[in-house]
Design a protein around this ligand. Structure first.
Ligand SMILES: Cc1cc2nc3c(=O)[nH]c(=O)nc-3n(C[C@H](O)[C@H](O)[C@H](O)COP(=O)(O)OP(=O)(O)OC[C@H]3O[C@@H](n4cnc5c(N)ncnc54)[C@H](O)[C@@H]3O)c2cc1C
Length: 300
């Protein structure tokens, strides 16, 4: 089957992009493997008009709205390879079928890498979180920030607005005097003894056990994950990447044009500052840019 645009990834960024293309009466296919980044969280917060809904409800309603447009299609599945084709691009899916399009829009998101700490993974998205704006309001009690990465310093400066905060330096963060003073001004306690495990009936958190066997009671622990591309498609297509503090992102301009003509990108795969609103907004921009490129070429 051939389309004008194929969007790979049917979550916040991809669905927002596809909606613009469908409303422009263009034939658009969304391919989605159904593994969005925030699948671990029962509720999504801070997304205007949808605060507190399950993320799958927000994207599910978005799919229903998209599929009302006769030129939009959705396929469940994984796009496993992408290559140039005389008329544009050819994608192969995990069931062996091939689809082609004049333009490709990658909204494939990222995969999070958490530190290997006992009790962490089963609390991810509930009491172990990375974004205070997304889930901090729902957590009661004392808060921790796991310093397994320099980004934790930034988190530790933010988090006190959501509760009394301890920064665990984990033998990784070396703080200079200015940083210590800044943290003290925010009321952040600093704990140098490493956290060994998380305690309580998961996904609830009661505290953390330190290497010297002390237990620090906590209601929530903030962890900045390292991120990896969730899909190899951008690399296969030869897109340029940029180093960001937590992982590489696809290089894309303000409207989602990548370094490869005809390939657009949006969402978490393109930015360090990630949330659902930003992903959807960048999807809108990339969808519009992909549409314009169909009749204006690279000058779009
Ligand atoms: C635990 C957690 C909780 C969060 N909570 C919030 C919150 O409350 N509010 C908020 O604003 N943000 C939240 N976020 C951030 C938010 O989840 C992301 O910013 C948002 O999901 C990014 O949207 P996206 O469309 O770029 O990528 P994703 O939502 O990750 O979607 C990418 C989609 O592409 C698909 N895909 C990838 N590769 C392929 C392929 N090769 N073929 C087919 N499909 C493919 C995936 O299966 C997935 O469905 C949270 C993040 C995490 C980790």
């Amino acid at each position: 089957m051939s389309y004008e645009v194929i969007v790979v990834g049917g979550s916040f960024a991809g669905l927002a992009a596809a909606l613009q293309l469908a409303r422009a009466r263009r034939r658009v296919l969304v391919i989605d493997a159904g593994v969005p980044r925030n699948r671990f969280a029962r509720h999504a917060h801070g997304f205007l008009g949808h605060d507190g809904k399950p993320p799958s409800q927000i994207t599910g309603e978005s799919v229903q709205q998209l599929l009302r447009y006769p030129t939009a299609e959705l396929r469940q599945g994984l796009a496993v390879s992408a290559q140039r084709d005389p008329d544009g691009f050819r994608l192969t899916l995990d069931d062996g079928t091939a689809v082609t399009a004049q333009r490709l829009l990658l909204a494939t998101g990222v995969r999070d890498e958490l530190p290997p700490l006992r009790g962490l993974q089963e609390r991810w998205g509930e009491t172990v979180i990375h974004c205070p704006y997304c889930h901090g309001y729902e957590i009661d009690g004392a808060l921790g920030v796991l310093g397994w990465h320099p980004a934790a310093l930034h988190q530790a400066m933010l988090v006190p607005d959501w509760g009394p905060t301890t920064l665990f330096t984990q033998g990784v963060l070396e703080l200079d005097e200015t940083q210590r003073a800044d943290l003290a001004a925010r009321g952040v306690q600093i704990e140098r003894e490493p956290v060994l495990e998380l305690l309580g009936d998961a996904p609830q958190l009661e505290g953390v056990r330190l290497a010297d066997d002390r237990v620090v009671p906590l209601g929530g622990l903030f962890v900045a994950p390292k991120t990896h591309m969730a899909s190899p498609l951008a690399e296969q297509l030869g897109c340029a990447f940029e180093e960001a503090p937590l992982g590489t992102v696809i290089r894309a301009d303000d409207v989602g044009r990548t370094s490869v003509p005809g390939v657009f990108a949006a969402g978490d795969a393109t930015t360090l500052f990630t949330n659902a609103t930003r992903a959807a907004a960048s999807g809108v921009m990339a969808g519009v840019a992909a549409h314009r490129s169909l009749f204006m070429g690279e000058a779009a």
